[in-house]
Write a protein that binds this ligand. Structure first.
Ligand code: FES
Length: 238
């Protein structure tokens, strides 16, 4: 995996630019890996506005590659304070939520257990909103019904059901909020990087869906962002 760009964003610089970012610094080996700064837009290409996002369900966009889905979640309450997370690649710092209410977070929607992910037909993994899923016993969780893992988006995406073999947290997506325009950008990823394994595991399916070479193309410019229920034909419940 190409490890070209690791960022260390200076808080002062980010503030001067009128931006809030989910990551201000990193620690350990699992540094933030930068990709193109991509604006999140709706299906018509208009920038989505952070203050208008629902808290009932997650939004899906693809980043940093054209085939790799991410959750954008507007939590019902501000998440935990910044914390150091542990991935299989080392430690990294998760810096909590951003946006008008400090409640916007973003994670890869590829399950850290065995890489289940949402596609247009179906999704075994989703954010529950306020609905208390049977598996999690409460709302506000990301549940993967493939083998019953539960991740807490208000705690850096860490796995919280302990009756199962533990996995690392969901890979975090670095997002920025421009307070002046209320727009949202994705700029990188942090934590365990599962993309090479994902491309290997789903080689045939990705080839069929995207065509030769497209699945691994990096997203640039903008990323179409839509409600999970609109993106996929069916969401597993557990
Ligand atoms: S792939 Fe998600 S729990 Fe196994």
């Amino acid at each position: 995996m190409d490890r070209r760009g690791f960022i260390k964003i200076c808080g002062g610089t980010a503030a001067l630019a009128g931006l809030q970012t989910t990551y201000l610094e990193t620690v350990g080996a699992a540094e933030v890996k930068t990709f193109a700064r991509v604006k999140l837009v709706d299906e018509q290409g208009n920038p989505i506005k952070a203050s208008l996002l629902t808290t009932e369900e997650a939004y899906i966009f693809h980043y940093p590659y054209r085939s790799t889905p991410c959750f954008l979640v507007n939590l019902a309450a501000k998440p935990a304070d910044p914390m150091t997370m542990q991935s299989d690649d080392g430690e990294y710092k998760w810096s909590g939520g951003i946006g008008p209410n400090g409640a916007l977070v973003s994670y890869s929607a590829i399950c850290a257990h065995q890489l289940s992910y949402p596609n247009k037909e179906h999704s075994p993994i989703h954010y529950t909103g306020k609905t208390a899923s049977k598996l999690a016993g409460r709302g506000g969780m990301i549940v993967c019904c493939e083998h019953d893992r539960v991740y807490d988006p208000s705690q850096g995406g860490k796995m919280v059901v302990t009756t199962k073999e533990a996995t690392q947290p969901l890979t975090a997506i670095v997002i920025e909020h421009d307070a002046g325009t209320d727009e949202i950008y994705a700029t990188g990823v942090a934590g365990g990087l599962l993309y090479d394994e994902f491309f290997r595991s789903y080689k045939r399916a990705l080839l069929a869906e995207y065509g030769p070479g497209v699945a691994k193309e990096e997203v640039t410019g903008s990323a179409s962002t839509m409600l999970m229920s609109k993106f996929t034909g069916g969401i597993d419940q557990c």
